[in-house]
Structure formats: C-alpha cells, structure tokens
Design a protein around this ligand. Sequence first.
Ligand code: 6CS
Ligand code: FE
Length: 314
Amino acid sequence: MTSMTGMGVAATPIHAQPRGDDRYPSRFDAQVHITDRLDPVLYGSPDEGPLSASQLHFYLDNGYLNFDELLSAAEIQACLDEVQKLHSDDAVKASDRAVIEPGSGELRSLFEVHRSSAVLHRLANHPKLVGIARQLLGSEVYIHQSRVNYKGGFRGKEFYWHSDFETWHVEDGMPAMRAVSCSIALTANTPYNGPLMLMPGSHQRHVSCVGATPEDHYKQSLRQQDVGVPDDDSLTRLVQDFGITAPTGLAGAVTFFECNVMHGSSSNITPLPRSNVFLVFNSVHNTLVPPFCGLPPRPNFIAERRDFTPVGAL
Ligand code: 6CS
Ligand code: FE
C-alpha cells in the first residue's frame, strides 16, 4: 500500500529491508558493511574537458582535485560581498533555507543560493567550473544542491565525518555515485580555521551506517549530524587505509570532491571565518528517484527533484 506525500510523490512504506533497486543499502542493518564501490569514479576522458590525463588520474585515485587560483579575485570578491549581504539580512536568516548553529544562533549554512542570488547563479554556471564537472561526470550536469557554509570565527561548528552520497542516496534517492561537489573558498581556508578534511581514496568504499533515518531528519542533521555517520571502527579503518588530507588555500581556491569521499571539518575557534560556497553538480543521467529510506523526499531547496536543466549554457 502506498500513500501520497505532500509532494505528490508516492511514499513507499518504510521497509525493514532495502528496496529492490537499492544498490547501496544503508541504515537498515545493525551491522556496518564496508563494500567496494559499484560505480565508475571517472565518466569522462582527457579530450572531453580542461583536465589533463594526470589530473584525471589523481581524481580517480584520491577522489578530489584542488586548484589554487581557478577564479579571479574580482569574481571571488563579488561572491564574498554577496554572501556577506545575505548573512546580514534578517529575513534570510529567518527563512527555511537558513540553518542556524546550535548554541550560538549564528548562521551556519544557507541553501539553494544558486536560485536566490544572481551572483551565485552566475557562479553555478561558471564555464570553468561546469567544464570540469562535465568532464568528471561525462555528461551535462545540473545543480543537485548549493549552499554557503559560513563557519564564522570563534563559533563556526564542525561538520562530522560523512559521505555526502550516503545521505543523498538514502534521504534524497540519488541512484548512483555520479555527482561531484565543488567547494569555492571565499575566505582563506587555513590549517587552523576548520578546513575541509578528506580521506583520499575513501570514495572507493561504500560504508553503510547504522540507525534508521528519523522523520524530517534534515532539521537536525544540517545543524549537527548524528545519524548517517560512520561508526568509530569504520572511520579508524578508513584512516589507516587512506589517511587524511586538508586542502588549504587562499580565497579563490577551489576543491572538487567526489560525492562519496569521506570528509568532514572541525570547528573554527580562530577569528578567521572559513566561508565557502558549495555547488553540487549531478549528472543529468543520475536524477533522483524516491528516497531509499522510504520516507518522503527532503525539500527541493536541499535536493533538486524538479528542474534538471543543465548548467553552463549562459
Ligand atoms: O545532508 C546534506 O545534503 C548536507 N550534509 C552534509 C554534512 N554535507 C552535504 C550536505 O550539505
Ligand atoms: Fe558533506
């Protein structure tokens, strides 16, 4: 029996067992399973975009690519001015697209900025960024999710270790590992102010999580994620196998990281904000299906399920 959700999507009942089309089951079992990735990492080739064979090889092996100065100082300044304007707008902070830091009340994240801001819409269509995403994903790409993580000085809290794909598969219905995040530094990402930490190569492993997804989980998980995060033993094993790296750089640095690479970032206790824009490019061949957890889909401002218009045509 299926019921209709408010989104008009047939909500399959929450199963004690994974759905038949679930190739990456997670949060169903009391045991953790670490299995090999089933999907390719690279979908494009050296002659299909700006990345060289050696850059593609590095991404294949490590699951990320870091660029020191991909965007101009003027482009970055325009984005920084924009996110600071959004940050100071009380109506923005009161909107459902804003995530507030537990405790301090500071603005933690702002979602769907590629639709609410003309400046960030242009950024999401930037030919340099879209060209790299198209090459990595081997197809036209659209924005699955965009956000600003402000991580302000002194009170910007951590993002615990996780695989984005695990959440996007379970809670949003992303079928395959064919998406890539692009983190654009609007302020310096130093070793001290909570830079993105990645386990290079961990994208080759699917780490299932234990603990069923609560209803409306995003209202908690985007503030502090406790469900859909790997257990200590799995994280210890991944660090032994892959280590940890933290790509740092000045404002304008850009890090592309594969949707399944294990990552996180520490709290920022320095005065220096670590404000980044994150654009998630998904292949137009990987559009969302009903969430594999069986719950109603998350809101469209977190996971695009309506408009798959490819970016980059500007
Ligand atoms: O749930 C999500 O979609 C968000 N959560 C994290 C910790 N990273 C990806 C994304 O912003
Ligand atoms: Fe993440």
